[in-house]
Design a protein around this ligand. Structure first.
Ligand code: CUA
Length: 174
């Protein structure tokens, strides 16, 4: 049996209460939408980074050359480097962050981060800065560490069986 056509258009007439609630929802939606660009411009939690294509093998070479130039000691199996202001490199791979960077508070660095294997998640604690680290992309963050301290680096993107062991360190000297 065929259904008979509806007798009226379902939303007509629009009663007062419905119109009011649809308007309230629309205004709320637009306000939330506006906060996205506003947070980007005025919020402190968005660090605008730059990103470039990079070949994982050449990123590994650049990082090795950087380590060779500025290594000051070794902690466990990881090299510790104390570079001058400017370009510094951090390589993510299963399951480590290399090298350990020793930076100077108040100086400005261009921190290049990339992965040589799979996706990793850069998470700097306790400041809680979080970035995706993707093989093939060089993420460049311009940073000026404000105060001395030892910052822990963890991986917050599941990357394999040793994911929970993947921690690193950034040391900021006064
Ligand atoms: Cu690297 Cu999880």
């Amino acid at each position: 049996m065929a259904l008979s056509p509806p007798e009226r258009i379902w939303w007509k007439p629009l009663n007062r209460a419905e119109r009011l609630w649809v308007s309230v929802a629309a205004i709320f939606l637009l306000a939330l939408f506006a906060t996205m660009p506003l947070w980007h411009v005025f919020g402190k939690q968005h660090t605008p980074g730059e990103s470039y294509r990079v070949d994982p093998a050449s990123f590994r070479e650049t990082t090795s050359a950087f380590i060779n130039s500025y290594q000051v000691r070794t902690e466990g199996t990881l090299p510790v480097v104390r570079p001058p202001e400017g370009d510094v490199y951090l390589m993510a791979y299963r399951f480590a962050w290399s090298p350990i960077l020793e930076l100077q508070a108040g100086k400005t660095y261009r921190l290049h981060i990339s992965s040589t294997d799979v996706n990793h998640g850069f998470s700097l604690q306790p400041v809680n800065m979080n970035f995706q680290v993707v093989p093939g992309y060089d993420l460049v963050l311009t940073i000026t560490p404000p105060q001395p301290g030892v910052y822990t680096l963890i991986c917050n993107q599941y990357c394999g069986l040793g994911h929970q062991l993947m921690s690193g360190k950034i040391i900021v000297r006064g």
